[in-house]
Design a protein. Structure first.
Length: 436
């Protein structure tokens, strides 16, 4: 049975919902934080006082001394990037000793990055708009049963042996399909050796660590990356990432049973953004969209790319609630809407003349849908110092009430700025075992 203390935090849009901030806030009280999918395509910016941390693999929980942080089996880990991330954290006085990597996590290698880039080039106008981090090819190799796993880093000779077996095929693909010269084994081994030796001791049976933690009644936080609409199965395929970003993957991506998931908090911005290609019904190409980008600083943490911006979309929020089993919402960046004359919520779609309340299953259909908006008066007040719902202007409170009503999920947390302190707990009934 569940210990009642586990919470999965997932993105409920196309990623970049501000999960890092929410997770950091909640991780403060967690005994263990585990990631379950993705890799360094994720980028969490965590602001803590005067410090800004940009994390890619490492869960935000690392900032809290004593919190155990796991990189689950569902992840693809780039050893070179992870080592840099750890060094950067250590340089800034963060203790990284609590990090463990699942022995079953797959490694995202140099050639995956090349394959990702080359594949995008080949797709031309039909490109996915990936982060270029090699995520798709790394997962493809896992599925093709020719990946290198974290367990292969425990001893350098095993790593050498695996690379010896795998590199000829990777080089062949690079040479023959992409006209890329490929890699020399010894050179690659030299590049990887320090990372493999640094990370090898962190490789563990993380499923067992979790099982023990569950048994102890620990507070466990599962940290999702990307968002519902980027899920490999349920997202806007093929404009998706290559992993399962929805809550159920917290179990399979960590080697625990689904009964151990107690609550699922969906993080959602008060507006919507997307990076990369693919349909985005509430996208705003006018001045309002540009304002959201500037005020919300909507530029990628990982790639620096400007994000496409638009209004809150209740259709995708309802869909995200369904496919994740959301038990609550965390609405972020409400402060970014301050100063807009009017604020809008897409409540349904007009799909070639017929009204759709339900998110279409194909992007062909989705791309023919335009949003039906409800428009509300905006507010001018700076809300970044609000600490309770009552501190918010009536128009902002009303906006939140409409979101709750149109999505059908309770808002538990509202974020009004990047700092931990800029957080309002709206409904503590579920979150109280976490923070109170
Ligand atoms: P990939 O994950 O690099 O393969 O990229 C596939 C799609 O997911 C692209 O549209 C990316 O922009 C998007 N994506 C991947 N990671 C993130 C993220 O952390 N935030 C937002 N979008 C992401």
């Amino acid at each position: 049975m569940s210990n009642g203390n586990s919470l999965v935090v997932v993105g409920a849009q196309w990623g970049d919902e501000g999960k890092g901030k929410v997770i950091d806030y909640l991780a403060d009280k967690a005994d263990l934080v585990a990631r379950f999918q993705g890799g360094n395509n994720a980028g969490h910016t965590v602001v803590y006082g005067a410090n800004i941390f940009k994390l890619h693999h490492v869960p935000s929980g690392i900032l809290n001394e004593g919190t155990l942080c796991l990189l689950g089996n569902g992840m693809v880990v780039d050893p070179l990037v992870l080592v840099d991330e750890l060094s950067e954290l250590e340089k800034r006085g963060i203790n990284t000793k609590g990090l463990r990597i699942s022995s079953k996590a797959h490694l995202n290698m140099f050639y995956h990055r090349d394959l990702d880039e080359e594949n995008e080039k080949l797709l031309g106008e039909r490109k996915i708009g990936t982060t270029g981090r090699g995520i798709g090819p790394a997962y493809a190799d896992k599925v093709m049963r020719r990946g290198i796993r974290a367990v292969d880093m425990v001893e350098f000779r095993t790593f050498r042996q695996r690379l010896e077996e795998i590199l000829p095929l990777q080089n062949l693909i690079l040479n023959k399909i992409y006209d890329h010269k490929g890699y020399d084994l010894e050179q690659l081994l030299d590049i990887y050796r320090p990372a493999v030796e640094r990370l090898g001791p962190l490789v563990s049976d993380t499923s067992l660590i979790l099982a023990e933690s569950l048994q102890n009644g620990d507070k466990i936080l599962f940290e999702g990356a990307q968002g519902a609409l980027l899920d490999l199965d349920h997202g806007t395929y093929p404009y998706v990432t290559s992993s399962s970003t929805t809550a159920a993957a917290a179990a399979s991506g960590n080697g625990i049973g689904p009964q151990h998931i107690d609550q699922v908090l969906g993080v959602i911005k008060a507006y919507t953004t997307r990076v990369g290609e693919g349909p985005f019904p509430t996208e705003d190409h006018s001045e309002a969209g540009a304002q959201l980008r500037e005020r919300g600083n909507e530029f990628g943490t990982t790639t620096g790319r400007p994000r496409r911006c638009g209004w809150f979309d209740a259709v995708i929020a309802r869909y995200a609630a369904r496919i994740n089993g959301l038990t609550g919402l965390a609405v972020t960046k409400l402060d970014v809407l301050s100063g807009m004359d009017t604020v809008k919520i897409g409540v349904s779609y007009d799909c070639e003349g017929s009204r759709a309340e339900i998110f279409p299953t194909s992007i062909e259909k989705l791309s023919k849908c335009s949003p039906v908006f409800e428009t509300f008066p905006g507010w001018d007040e700076d809300i970044s110092r609000a600490r309770t719902i009552e501190d918010l202007p009536a128009a902002a409170r009303h906006f939140l009430e409409v979101i709750e009503d149109r999505v059908g999920v309770r808002i538990e947390l509202v974020s009004v700025g990047p700092d931990r302190s800029q957080t309002i707990i709206k409904d503590s009934s579920n979150l109280k075992r976490w923070h109170f």
